[in-house]
Design a protein around this ligand. Structure first.
Ligand code: GLU
Length: 464
């Protein structure tokens, strides 16, 4: 019988949700939705010293922003300690786990000796119970750890959904610590109990975890729990070919929101980074869900490409609803201390400028001229607002003071001024742009001017 598809994302709240985890979350979510299954959010907060509520909030905000809705959770591991303790007790009873009293000094000496003999360092199993073996006397004052009793021989194999068949010999695998000296169970153990209890059928995660999977499979087997299928997704590389990291530019999802990216663009770009559906580069959330069947995930690392992301974002901005963009511009303005309300005028400004912007930050850069003073550069003023053009500017200003305030009338006033002064369109238009907009290039000047209040235009055209 086919298992019901249940996937999960299990971020550790030790920082913001980074792009790699967001992409894995996206794949897990899309896979569950594709199969009409369920998607679970689990917060792996057993690293108490490094976990924080702030990071949890960031993770939740990122999931929400990307629209990755979950059917269960957030489930916090620290609220499941009782359950982990119960399973540990069962394993100690069953002999699939045992207490080890090695001190850190002892372990260091063990590794030192192994290195001296040219061996790979490993736990030598000195506290591992074996038939007929006499264990050392339990030392006083040394807190025990609990180790998983890994099968001594044979091998662990799985058909990875991304990487294909992977096989590791059990001889390569140490008896893993599953409870630390402070009594808190470790990642590789909790993850198994959770995936088991939460009935997870498919685990997608970053391939930095590929070495953990043999342990986890062995623990699943020791518990008699059904195995999920595993898919290990390769890392994302920065445009310098190195692993994407905090040091290499923005890697948090929310940083992209701040930088003016749209969530659907992020979703589209992230999904395509490491997965393909034919040659499709632009697709909706619904298409992703329809197409994402876990096939065609790339085996090789994906390269983060800011230019492509910008291209994808520009596409979505161009097609976005004006009122929605207006609200995003208001947000961007708030960050700059510019007061503006979403209003019909702002919608029209967005409509006029959106097809030349890659982000809502750029859109806000353009639209700021409608809300705050502009400061034309001395170079632009010198180049465009010349002595020769000033008389015409004065006449145009006079005409603009009285024409009906719409594009057609503004265009007619400009044309008349050009004819009267024997000027070419760019000469006058550039001067007007520099003075009113603070830059020499804009969309069609009549359309741009129409969206200003008449008084603003007249004030800015006042050159004595
Ligand atoms: N907490 C782990 C991480 O953030 C989860 C790994 C997993 O999905 O099993 O990398």
């Amino acid at each position: 019988m086919m298992r019901k598809v249940r996937t999960r994302i299990a971020p550790s709240p030790t920082g913001f949700l980074h792009l790699g985890t967001a992409r894995t979350a996206l794949y897990s979510w899309a896979y569950a939705r594709h199969h009409g299954g369920e998607f679970v959010l689990r917060i792996e907060d057993t690293d108490v010293a490094r976990s924080s509520q702030d990071s949890v909030d960031q993770i939740l905000a990122s999931m929400h922003w990307l629209g990755l809705d979950y059917d269960e959770g957030p489930i916090y591991q620290m609220q499941r300690l009782e359950r982990y303790r119960a399973v540990i007790a069962q394993m100690l009873d069953a002999g699939t786990a045992y207490r080890c009293y090695c001190t850190p000094t002892e372990l260091d000496a063990m590794r030192e000796a192994q290195r001296a003999r040219g061996e790979k360092t490993h736990y030598d199993g000195r506290w591992r119970p074996e038939p007929g073996k006499v264990l050392p006397p339990v030392p006083g004052g040394v807190p025990a750890v609990v180790r998983f009793r890994n099968p001594p021989d044979g091998e662990v194999s799985w058909d990875d959904l991304v990487k294909g068949r992977i096989t590791i010999s059990n001889r390569e695998i140490d008896d893993l610590i599953i409870v630390r000296p402070d009594g808190v169970p470790t990642y590789n153990f909790c993850v198994v109990v959770d995936d088991w209890d939460m009935n997870i059928s498919h685990v997608f995660r970053g391939d930095e975890h590929v070495n953990n999977t043999p342990w986890q499979i062995n623990i699943f087997n020791a518990l008699g729990a059904p195995l999920p299928l595993f898919g290990h997704v390769p890392v994302i590389l920065g445009d310098d070919g190195q692993k994407l990291s905090k040091r290499r530019g923005a890697v948090s999802v929310m940083a992209y929101e701040e930088s003016g990216y749209l969530p659907e663009a992020m979703l589209n770009y992230l999904a395509r980074l490491g997965w393909s559906h034919g040659d499709e580069e632009l697709f909706t959330r619904e298409q992703l869900v329809q197409w994402f069947d876990g096939q065609h995930l790339s085996k090789s690392p994906a390269q983060w490409d800011p230019a492509k992301l910008a291209w994808v974002n520009a596409h979505y901005i161009k097609h976005a609803d004006d009122a929605r963009l207006a609200a995003l511009v208001v947000d961007q303005f708030k960050r700059r201390g510019i007061a503006a309300e979403p209003a019909d005028a702002l919608n029209r400004m967005c409509a006029l400028f959106k097809d030349r912007c890659t982000t809502t930050v750029e859109l806000a850069d353009w639209l700021a001229m409608y809300f705050i003073e502009v400061r034309p550069s001395p170079e632009d003023l010198a180049a465009h607002v010349t002595e020769a053009i000033r008389p015409a500017l004065g006449v145009l200003r006079g005409a603009l003071a009285v024409v009906p305030w719409n594009k057609t009338a503004i265009a007619a006033a400009i044309k008349e001024t050009l004819a009267a002064h024997q000027l070419k369109m760019p000469q006058l238009a550039h001067a007007v742009r520099v003075l009113v907009c603070g830059r020499a290039q804009t969309p069609s000047i009549d359309a741009v001017l129409e969206l200003f209040a008449r008084e603003t235009v007249l004030a800015r055209l006042q050159v004595t």
